[in-house]
Design a protein around this ligand. Structure first.
Ligand code: ADP
Length: 392
């Protein structure tokens, strides 16, 4: 009994030290238990080593990627970041670990992006105006409220984008004057000509020049809007007044073909924006509804407020648009069906202008359409804050 008791004590002492000390010299079943424990320990050590090595490798891989990676905890504090994040957004491991993200990054543009909490798509943010540093930031939110920020340097892409925009703006600007002069001379020639063939030729030349002129005007408008995308305007605009005015002017359009226009606009719909931008957005949509629908069909202009958003709808009962085209309509020069559109004389830039004009008021465009039944273009624009909003 004494020997058994001694062996159990020895075994217990050894196990209490996690079996990491020298093996006690025991016999029988106790020696067997010690052997099994030692073997399990060795296996456990091997597995731990493999795990440690794989974790180390993963850490190394993530810290060496070119994109900045930042892990944020559920209280919005910085939990971890890699080397690229140090370079891209000037984080410092000694200073910023455990610090709230908003405190560590003080750039207003970053705050605007982060506070909007719209993380559905990566966003391009001007991180530092002085160094022209632009970042594409995407945020993944996890169930436990942790977030992963992936940050990519987009300065080069943005520079190219700016160059493209400036090039188009300059070119359109330079070409406008010569084209206007040509239009003037062609109109004079048209009046002077007696020969019907010459009149026909000059009329056609004049029409083509007018098309170029319209194209240049739209290209210029679009470039201006794109350049101002990030700068919101801050005037309060009553869009009810704007819509009534456009609807009243629509019958004067050359293309207006006895369409029936029904207007149902709630009064006092105030949004923050630039009047010319919103005017051009709504006018383009109404102009499209007139041009892309058969003569005599109905066009509805509706506007109401719902949950802090002004909803402006331009509905028509025209040809409708096939589903596969809908997501591409706001691309520059995208046309649903070239043969039909060349007759309508549009520039192909109208909906791109609408998209950017709405963006400047924080709004967006939604399109629904059924082939053969008609289309609905919906502008959703946040309403201007009411004076009572500040008294809460
Ligand atoms: P466009 O100057 O050709 O009208 P937009 O950018 O305004 O250019 O529109 C792009 C295309 O979307 C048009 O060419 C036309 O095919 C289609 N579209 C726009 N509005 C309508 C509408 N109300 N009904 C049917 N198709 C439309």
């Amino acid at each position: 009994m004494g020997w058994i008791f001694y062996q159990v004590r020895q075994l217990d002492k050894w196990l209490a030290k996690s079996g990491r000390t020298a093996k006690p010299q025991l016999t029988g079943i106790y020696a067997y238990i010690i052997d099994r424990v030692v073997r399990l320990q060795k296996q456990h050590d091997r597995e731990t080593e493999i795990l440690r090595a794989s974790l180390e490798r993963q850490n190394l891989l993530i810290s060496e990627v070119k994109d900045g990676v930042v892990l944020i905890d559920d209280k919005d504090r910085i939990k971890w970041f890699n080397k690229s994040a140090e370079n891209l957004i000037y984080l410092n491991p000694k200073r910023d670990l455990g610090v709230p993200l908003r405190g560590a990054l003080r750039q207003a543009s970053f705050h605007a992006f982060y506070d909007a909490e719209d993380f559905t798509k990566p966003k391009r943010v001007c991180f530092d105006e002085a160094t022209k540093s632009w970042l594409d930031i995407s945020v993944t939110e996890y169930e436990d409220k942790e977030k992963l920020l992936v940050i990519r340097d987009a300065s080069m892409l943005q520079e190219l984008e700016d160059m493209r925009r400036d090039f188009i703006a300059n070119l359109s600007h330079e070409l406008r004057t010569p084209v206007t002069v040509l239009v003037g001379y062609l109109e004079t020639l048209e009046m002077l000509d007696q020969d019907p063939t010459a009149v026909r030729i000059h009329t056609e030349m004049n029409n083509q020049c007018l098309r170029i002129s319209a194209l240049l005007k739209d290209l210029l408008t679009l470039s201006k809007l794109e350049a101002m995308d990030s700068k919101r305007s801050d005037a309060e605009i009553d869009i009810s007044v704007l819509l009534e005015q456009i609807a009243a002017d629509a019958p004067k359009l050359e293309e207006f073909d006895k369409h029936k226009i029904e207007v149902k606009v709630e009064p006092d719909l105030k949004v923050i924006g630039a009047e010319t931008d919103l005017f051009s957005a709504f006018a383009n949509l109404i102009y499209n509804a007139v041009r892309h629908t058969p003569a005599g069909t109905e066009i509805g202009i509706k506007a109401k407020s719902k949950q802090g958003i002004a909803r402006v709808e331009i509905n028509d009962k025209g040809y409708g648009i096939e589903r596969q085209h809908l997501h591409r309509l706001t691309e520059r020069f995208y046309r649903v069906e070239s043969s039909r559109n060349s007759e309508t004389g549009g520039t192909g830039l109208g909906l791109a202008i609408v998209k950017h004009a709405l963006m400047r008021s924080g709004g967006k465009l939604k399109v629904e359409s059924t082939l053969g039944k008609g289309s609905s273009f919906r502008c959703l624009i946040p309403l201007a804050p009411q004076p009572s909003d500040n008294n809460d």
